[in-house]
Design a binder for this molecule. Structure first.
Ligand code: AP5
Ligand code: MG
Length: 212
């Protein structure tokens, strides 16, 4: 089992590139944001605990998040793409421990560096498929038929935390709690910076350079 972490601010393209990696290599995608939204939809006890945090743009507390990841890890196999986890130093240390128990480790971290002035337009233009989780952008990455998922034809929706007001809160959480992970993985010598400002296939080309 290999483990690749996608690290970056909200809207930096983690979900978009995860979809490409799944389609190209059959990696297993672990998006903690998707897991949380799924739990909220199904009204599970953990979902009910998370709802107030995630819909407000705040981080879910580490103990709840780690429990969800532990549960999920038991259900997956293959090489893993970690999208949105870890998001704090506590989570990163816990992930190292969990993987160690599985005779595994973090193989590489791709840090999506982006000019923050681009993020609001990217996030407020995002459309998500509630069935398969695929993301689009109204103008930059539009679906083939407006408002409908290419893969399963479900009507696309906007996420509850994708308003300008919530984006400010999410960015503040990113700077306070998640950005220190850049140093954490640099120190472990498992981090490459990806220029995530670029449009079209340019981001994917950089990822291929790292994974080849
Ligand atoms: P999560 O769902 O992980 O959201 P996020 O990190 O805020 O990131 P996003 O999903 O908004 O952005 P993305 O980087 O995936 O960008 P995307 O590819 O969609 O988490 C949501 C919430 O859950 C958190 O706020 C928190 O409450 C909670 N949570 C989750 N994990 C947690 C954890 N570990 N601990 C605690 N709490 C946790 O792209 C964005 C848009 O840009 C799309 O429209 C896309 O089409 C477009 N786009 C992408 N790439 C390009 C490009 N190159 N050019 C042009 N447009 C592009
Ligand atoms: Mg995402």
């Amino acid at each position: 089992m290999r483990n690749f972490i996608l690290l970056g601010a909200p809207g930096s393209g983690k979900g978009t590139q995860s979809d490409h990696l799944v389609k190209a290599f059959g990696f297993t995608h672990i998006s903690t944001g998707d897991i949380i939204r799924d739990n909220i939809l199904q009204k599970t006890p953990l979902g009910i605990l998370c709802q107030q945090y995630s819909e407000q743009g705040k981080l879910v507390p580490d103990d709840i998040m780690i429990q969800m990841v532990k549960n999920h890890l038991q259900t997956v196999t293959g090489d893993l793409i970690w999208d949105g986890f870890p998001r704090t130093i506590v989570q990163a240390e816990k992930l190292d421990q969990l993987l160690h128990k599985l005779n595994s480790k973090v193989d590489h971290t791709l840090y999506f560096e982006i000019d923050e002035t681009k993020l609001v337009a990217r996030i407020t233009g995002r459309l998500t498929c509630p069935t398969c989780g695929q993301t689009y952008h109204k103008t930059a990455v539009p679906p083939k038929v407006a408002g409908v998922c290419d893969d399963d034809q479900t009507p696309l929706v906007q996420r509850k935390d994708d308003s300008e007001e919530k984006i400010k809160i999410r960015l503040a959480a990113y700077h306070a709690d998640t950005a220190p992970l850049i140093e954490y993985y640099l120190h472990q010598q498992v981090l490459t910076v990806i220029d995530a400002d670029m449009e079209g296939p340019a981001v994917w080309d950089q990822i291929m350079e790292v994974l080849k």
